[in-house]
Design a protein around this ligand. Structure first.
Ligand SMILES: NC(=O)c1ccc[n+]([C@@H]2O[C@H](COP(=O)([O-])OP(=O)(O)OC[C@H]3O[C@@H](n4cnc5c(N)ncnc54)[C@H](O)[C@@H]3O)[C@@H](O)[C@H]2O)c1
Length: 439
């Protein structure tokens, strides 16, 4: 059992804290956001993540999990400090590391004995070394400590399962003492044969960026092939299935859609490009993936315009606001980008999402949020599917058709079958589903 202080109680910090508490450790989750800590202390989870409430409740009841805003005290009392604060993109596209270094300074000021400082936030290569330098300069080498990189690969929406059954755990440090302690923390995963990659700080930091950039590239690749499918009368769904069945390629992240979004891929691809640029290495493929993704979002807007015509005064219904199903996270969600673009062109928006409407409401103006998918269609000139929530897969399409002013569907997630939609009398537009040329 280790005493761990988890700094940053967002999607990553809270999930990691609750999971490590479930392994039997003593966890204090810390955050600067007082409202977040207050709601956690009241038993409320500040964001949507399936299964998290039960996990937090169970570990709170066992007195293995506590929440506070008192960072100095939490640092002094623990043996291991995890940094899981946000590392957003700044206005130039570089990674904003201010929260990481704020924490590093507070750690330095409260270092009252040997501690391991574990960076779980996604940070550019070299950040761990800089954190070490900040702490060393402040303490004048009088207190021992080690810095570790332990990047996180969980996905929102399946975060607990991903943490408890990861494809791998990456631990980066040159200290054998820290490596031994970190290996002990992850022993429950080692016992279920999770591969543990033990490496240097720098390699661990870069593994995270390379992984995300590769996945983003895979998405951009299939989106570009989808565009080609539309030109030549091929079907991306069949193509992606066949391509993905090749064991060397794999079927995951090979779904054509509205482009990638979320709190990670957009900022991590651009962040990696900045790191590479500073190091004098040009990453042409990642650069192309970023550009293709920007294009893909614009292409979705063009699909709506092509289907509806002039948008001035038209009402567009939008289903799904989060960047993917099973999360309320709307950071960099394609839906938000597309809604704002449609609004600029004069469209009125009616929208529904099972859980992301409160977050979307903080970003969007002049959107009519509705109680369900059917209410969205009431008086809309077209319906746009933006997130493939399960509850959108089995809608009563006859009722939808009656509610819409025009039977127009733009399905940016390829949820529905074009032929069935044609048969029901919809003008249906998917992604990469070209009509075969007539002989
Ligand atoms: N969200 C994901 O799916 C995911 C997956 C893997 C890695 N990551 C990475 O993990 C990190 C955290 O991401 P997230 O999605 O959990 O972010 P988040 O915004 O949900 O949470 C970050 C939390 O840190 C808190 N915070 C900021 N500054 C602080 C400080 N000085 N002291 C204490 N708390 C502070 C914020 O109030 C917030 O609650 C990022 O680097 C992200 O790239 C995220």
């Amino acid at each position: 059992m280790k005493k761990i202080c988890m700094i940053g109680s967002g999607y990553v910090g809270l999930v990691t804290g609750a999971c490590l508490a479930d392994f039997g450790n003593q966890i204090t989750c810390v955050d600067v956001a007082e409202d977040k800590i207050a709601s956690l202390n009241r038993g409320q989870i500040p964001f949507y993540e399936p299964g998290l409430r039960e996990l937090v409740e169970r570990n709170k009841a066992k007195k293995r999990l506590a929440f506070t805003t008192d960072l100095p005290e939490s640092i002094r009392k623990c043996e291991i400090v995890f940094i899981a604060v946000g590392t957003p993109m700044d206005k130039d596209g570089a990674v904003d590391l201010s929260a990481v270094f704020d924490v590093a300074h507070t750690v330095a000021e409260n270092l009252n004995g040997y501690k391991i400082v574990v960076n779980k936030s996604t940070v550019p290569v070299g950040t761990g070394a800089r954190v070490r330098q900040v702490i060393r300069e402040h303490t004048g080498g009088k207190v021992e400590f080690d810095v570790v990189s332990n990047p996180e690969f969980l996905r929102e929406g399946s975060a607990i399962g991903d943490f408890m059954h990861p494809d791998r755990v990456v631990i980066g440090t040159s200290s054998t003492r820290a490596m031994k302690i970190m290996s002990r923390i992850y022993r429950p995963l080692y016992l279920i044969e999770t591969p543990i990659i033990r490496t240097t700080l720098e390699t661990a930091e870069l593994i995270k960026y390379a992984s995300n950039a590769f996945l983003a590239t895979k998405i951009s690749f299939i989106n570009e092939v989808a565009m080609l499918c539309e030109q030549v009368g091929a079907d991306i769904q069949v193509l992606a299935k066949a391509v993905g069945l090749d064991g060397r390629i794999g079927s995951k992240f090979l779904h054509a859609g509205a482009g990638y979004g979320g709190s990670c891929f957009p900022k991590d691809t651009v962040g990696l490009l900045k790191v590479a640029e500073a190091a004098g290495a040009e990453l042409k493929i990642v650069k192309a993936a970023v550009k293709a993704n920007e294009e893909q979002r614009k292409r979705m807007v063009r699909k709506v315009i092509q289907a509806v015509g002039d948008l001035a005064g038209k009402t567009i219904g939008v289903l799904g606001l989060s960047f993917k199903p099973r999360t309320d996270d709307v950071r960099e969600a394609p839906a938000l980008y597309i809604i704002q673009d449609l609004q600029k062109r004069g469209a009125k928006i009616r929208a529904y999402d099972p859980v992301a409407m409160p977050n979307a409401g903080r970003v969007l103006d002049r959107v009519t949020f509705c109680d369900d998918a059917y209410a969205v269609c009431q008086g809309a000139d077209a319906l746009v599917f933006m997130t493939e929530w399960n509850e959108f897969r089995e809608l009563d399409m006859t009722r939808i058709k009656e509610l819409l002013i025009e039977p127009v569907i733009i399905d940016t997630r390829n949820i529905y079958d074009p032929e069935q939609m044609d048969n029901l009398g919809f003008r249906y537009v998917g992604v990469g589903r070209g009509k075969p040329c007539q002989a």
